[in-house]
Design a protein around this ligand. Structure first.
Ligand SMILES: [Zn+2]
Length: 279
C-alpha cells in the first residue's frame, strides 16, 4: 500500500504554484489567506479549503481521510479553527473527530440525524461502505442556517443550500472575493447525480438560482478535480460551466427517466440514475 501511494505520488505532475506537503497534500494559495488543499493521489482527487482571517480559520471539508489533514491545518490555520463539512459523504468527513465540535448546516435532513448534540450520518448519506470507511459520530458546535453568514475574522461567507448532488449539500458564497465554494454541487470530472438522494430537479432549480444570483465573473472553486493535460491543479469553474450544467439537466428532464452519463462540456460529465429524475 505504501509503495502504491509513493508510486501514485511520484507520477503526479502539479501545476505551478502548488506545493506537496506531508507526501500527500497539494497546497495552493488562492490568495494570501485562502488555501486550496488537494489530494491528487486519491482517486477522487478531493480539494478542501482553509479560509482564514485574523485569529480565525474555517476548514470547508476535512478531506478524504486517507491521510489526516490535522498537521497541515495546525501549520497553516489560525488560533481558532472551525471545520464545516459541505455534506455528509465520507470523502468530505475524513478525521472529522480531530477538529472538535464542527459547524453544520441547519437543515431538516441533518437535524434528523442528531442525537444529544452529535451527528451520525445514515449509510445512504455517508456512502463509505464502498471504500470500507465506517460511519463516524461527531459533535456539533454550531448550526448555521442557509442564508446566514459565517464570519471568519473580517471575512463573510454566506451559506447557500445547494441540493442536487445530495440533499444536505451546502456551498459558501464570498461576495467580496467573487468566489463561490461549490463543494460537490459542481466540479470537474464525473459529476455524481446518480447516488442516493441526488435530484435532477434540484440541480435545475439551484443552477437557475445561482445563474441569477452570482456575477458573470464568479470564480467557482470545487471539491474534486481531475488532471488536465496530465497536470493536477486546484479545480476552478466559472459561470459558463454552471450555464452548461443547467442546459444539460433541463434537456435530460424532458426525457423519460433513465440511468446513464452525458457530457456537460469538455471539463464535466453528468452521471444520473432513473431515481434522480423523480427525487
Ligand atoms: Zn459528495
Amino acid at each position: 500500500m505504501r509503495e502504491n501511494i509513493e508510486a501514485a505520488i511520484s507520477s503526479i505532475k502539479l501545476a505551478q504554484g502548488i506545493v506537496l506537503e506531508d507526501d500527500w497534500f497539494a497546497v495552493k494559495a488562492l490568495d494570501d489567506a485562502t488555501l486550496a488543499i488537494g489530494e491528487p493521489a486519491y482517486h477522487q482527487r478531493n480539494w478542501s479549503y482553509l479560509i482564514s482571517d485574523g485569529d480565525d480559520s474555517l476548514l470547508f471539508d476535512t478531506g478524504s481521510g486517507r491521510r489526516s489533514l490535522i498537521p497541515l491545518v495546525a501549520r497553516h490555520g489560525r488560533a481558532n479553527v472551525t471545520a464545516f463539512p459541505s455534506h455528509m459523504h465520507f470523502d468530505h468527513l475524513g478525521n472529522i473527530h480531530g477538529f472538535g465540535p464542527v459547524m453544520v448546516a441547519d437543515l431538516p435532513v441533518l437535524r434528523a440525524i442528531e442525537t444529544n448534540g452529535t451527528l451520525t450520518p445514515t449509510d445512504d448519506m455517508f456512502l463509505g461502505a464502498s471504500e470500507g470507511v465506517p460511519v463516524p459520530t461527531f459533535e456539533v458546535g454550531t448550526w448555521i442556517a442557509p442564508g446566514d453568514v459565517v464570519t471568519v475574522g473580517a471575512r463573510s461567507l454566506q451559506v447557500v443550500h445547494t441540493p442536487g448532488h445530495s440533499p444536505d449539500s451546502v456551498s459558501l458564497w464570498e461576495t467580496e472575493r467573487d468566489r463561490f465554494y461549490a463543494a460537490d454541487f459542481i466540479y470537474c470530472g464525473a459529476l455524481y447525480a446518480q447516488t442516493p438522494g441526488a435530484s435532477l430537479s434540484d440541480y435545475l432549480r439551484i443552477c437557475e438560482q445561482l445563474l441569477n444570483d452570482l456575477p458573470d465573473q464568479v470564480q467557482i472553486v470545487c471539491a474534486h478535480g481531475q488532471p488536465e493535460n496530465g497536470v493536477d491543479d486546484a479545480p476552478v469553474l466559472g459561470y459558463a460551466d454552471l450555464h452548461a450544467l443547467r442546459d444539460v439537466v433541463a434537456m435530460l428532464l424532458r426525457d423519460e427517466p433513465r440511468t446513464g452519463e452525458l457530457p456537460v462540456n469538455e471539463r464535466m460529465n453528468l452521471l444520473f440514475s432513473a431515481d434522480s429524475f423523480t427525487a
